[in-house]
Design a binder for this molecule. Structure first.
Ligand SMILES: [Zn+2]
Ligand SMILES: [Zn+2]
Length: 345
């Protein structure tokens, strides 16, 4: 079967290859016939060999996916051939550590994710454990369901990890897919003023942010965001700053924009070391919160939001591309034309 494969350690070492179909499944597994896969910023990092996480090689890319159940292991209950399901990213966890046993398996030290340590879904078939499968509501399309994952990332960060009180001022740094999802979740939480920040490359994405409910969408290359945030509300800054960029400079900025006793929630990854002091966190008594991935309940709740139209994916999905046009799909996202590209299998 054809697959989008990262095969080497050089920039650009991704191509369509023929890979073997999964040879049967164990009694505890489910075989999925993939229908749609969201392209993630991390797939683009891997294309350019600038990922900051562990991967195997070669590896089939793709971890935001959904499809039909094609085969069910004999010990699996609750699923049948033909069911439409979305699949979480934690392909394997140990099931025995304190994090697995307490339901926080996203933090299992033995977690292996699709598309980096386990072959991903930019191909026809993927094998999954039933514990990470979720039924897709009838009125949610495969294209939409393939984006459940990035919504879950935002949901975990802004619902499960951070308290937002109705009326609070929220700044979202970065208007890529995660920033846009975070904006929508902040709105659902009742945020008051929402200020989305982007750069020149984000012209389209800033427009979408506005369309989806940001009260202000600022290009930080043309306008000083710190001044702007301080000038809105009572002048003390934002109650919450969400870093969906991972850039060190954004963290510095977030410390300037957050109000005393405020919160900074960091979703974006960035391998660069910091070259500034974290003293403002201390002086302002700020809570800084990291957030990673999601768990079972996150998925069920987010699918509930998709089914009821409370998260709008229409302006987010820039286009759907066949697998052989993966490069176009990746490039359109990289250039900022698409907030999200979807690969249709
Ligand atoms: Zn992703
Ligand atoms: Zn574990």
């Amino acid at each position: 079967m054809q697959a989008v494969v990262k095969y080497g350690r050089q920039d650009g070492n991704v191509r369509v290859e023929d890979v073997a179909e999964p040879q049967g499944i164990s009694p505890d597994q489910v075989l999925l016939e993939v229908q749609a896969v969201g392209v993630c910023g991390s797939d683009i990092h891997m294309w350019h060999e600038n990922q900051s996480w562990q991967i195997k090689l070669p590896v089939v890319l793709g971890h935001e996916f959904c499809g039909y159940v094609a085969k069910v292991g004999e010990r699996v209950k609750g699923f049948k051939v033909g069911d439409r399901v979305a699949c979480e990213t934690a392909a394997e966890v140990c099931g025995q550590c304190v994090y697995c046993l307490s339901g926080n398996y996203n933090l299992c030290p033995h977690r292996k994710g699709y598309g980096n340590l386990i072959d991903g879904a930019m191909t026809r078939f993927a094998v999954a454990r039933p514990q990470i499968l979720h039924r897709i509501p009838d009125n949610v399309t495969f294209e939409q369901a393939s984006l459940t994952e990035p919504v879950c990332v935002a949901y975990n960060a802004l619902v499960e990890k951070t308290i937002i009180k109705p009326g609070e001022t929220v700044v979202i740094q970065g208007v890529g897919a995660i920033g846009i999802m975070a904006l929508q979740i902040a709105k659902l939480r009742g945020a008051g003023i929402i200020i989305a920040l982007g750069t020149d490359i984000d012209a389209h994405r800033l427009q979408v942010a506005k369309q989806l409910g940001a009260t202000h969408a600022i290009n930080i290359q043309h306008q000083d965001p710190v001044q702007f945030v301080k000038a809105s509300g009572d002048g003390f800054g934002a109650d919450l700053v969400v870093d969906a960029t991972g850039v060190s400079k954004a963290l510095k900025q977030s410390m300037d924009m957050v109000r005393p006793n405020g919160k900074i929630t960091k979703i974006g990854w960035g391998p660069q070391p910091l070259d500034f002091s974290l003293d403002p966190l201390v002086g302002k008594a700020v809570t800084m919160q990291g957030s990673f991935s999601h768990t079972y309940t996150t998925w069920e709740r987010v699918l509930g939001l998709l089914a009821t139209g409370q998260v709008d994916l229409k302006p987010v999905i820039g286009g759907a591309y066949p697998l052989t046009e993966w490069r176009e799909a990746f490039e359109r996202m990289e250039k900022g034309d698409n907030i999200k590209s979807v690969i249709k299998i």
